[in-house]
Design a protein around this ligand. Sequence first.
Ligand SMILES: Cc1cc2nc3c(=O)[nH]c(=O)nc-3n(C[C@H](O)[C@H](O)[C@H](O)COP(=O)(O)OP(=O)(O)OC[C@H]3O[C@@H](n4cnc5c(N)ncnc54)[C@H](O)[C@@H]3O)c2cc1C
Length: 308
Amino acid sequence: MNREKRNVIIIGSGPAGLTAAVYASRALLQPLVISGRTPGGQLMITSDVENYPGFPEGILGPDLMVKMREQATRFGTDFVDDDVSAVDFSARPFRIMVREEEYLSRAVIVATGASALWLNLESERKFMGKGVSGCATCDGAFFKNVHVAVAGGGDSAMEEALFLTRYASHVTIIHRRDKLRASPFMQKKAFDNEKISFIWNSEVMEVTGEKTVNGLVLKDVSTGKSENLAIGGLFVAIGHRPNTDIFRGQLPLDEKGYIRIHDGSKTDVEGVFASGDVHDHRYRQAITAAGMGCVSALDVQKFLEENS
Ligand SMILES: Cc1cc2nc3c(=O)[nH]c(=O)nc-3n(C[C@H](O)[C@H](O)[C@H](O)COP(=O)(O)OP(=O)(O)OC[C@H]3O[C@@H](n4cnc5c(N)ncnc54)[C@H](O)[C@@H]3O)c2cc1C
């Protein structure tokens, strides 16, 4: 058991957790970041990040996250590179378990993010950041005048497809069923857009290419027949899953499993705050996650001042 009581423990080390760590450490709170199995978070699996302010030439996702970690370390943040396995928020100090080790803290910032759902194809992993993406806002501009495909049938797939029509020469939506799950409003917008077409009842079986993506192998789920589709990019938009399993029964979650917050970054448990994609299923950007991480650190400062 680790008996030292921390002022604040930050769970997660994506843009939200590391920004919270920069602010909390500069406020001399000596935070402990428990980084999780993916130190750096989602941006570790991407290449160019062109929309994070301050980098006019763009920056590689992993490089950005290394810089954020260095900045937090500089001001005295400690790190444990492991997953939190369980938490007990029923009384203060809060208890946070990492395997057999137990950590105690006066305040907690939850920044465990979300995981994009993927098709689970080996070829999809191979071309990640080389034509396969999970974020049109992030990567759409790399596909000017290119025919791209979007896999999915919900509101976010329609949003991705509509956004991509700004850049792409054409957008083909590939859906496993014969009708969309998206709301009637989003469906109409997609159907009315002349740059968008649909392939129904089809699954992506393989992403093909050499250095970058040049096509897909599709299977018609009703006939079993395969066909090749020539495209230059694939956007996978089949949903996200918040990393909140360990908080079930400890924090109020919404119907999709995201942490509910109010009044800045407060959860319903006094002293526990949340920021980034773990509560935000709407904006899902590095800069919005970082902004909320800052809010959480400022909320923690105030909470500790009022509860010393
Ligand atoms: C391929 C890809 C490309 C992207 N490109 C861009 C882009 O160009 N621009 C942009 O703004 N956004 C981009 N995004 C979105 C951006 O990455 C996310 O919005 C952002 O990373 C969210 O930050 P976060 O800190 O909330 O969570 P995350 O980055 O998801 O980090 C979550 C952290 O929590 C940790 N964690 C999870 N479970 C546990 C646990 N049990 N215990 C301890 N730690 C845990 C993980 O290890 C990780 O460190 C991209 C996303 C993807 C998937």
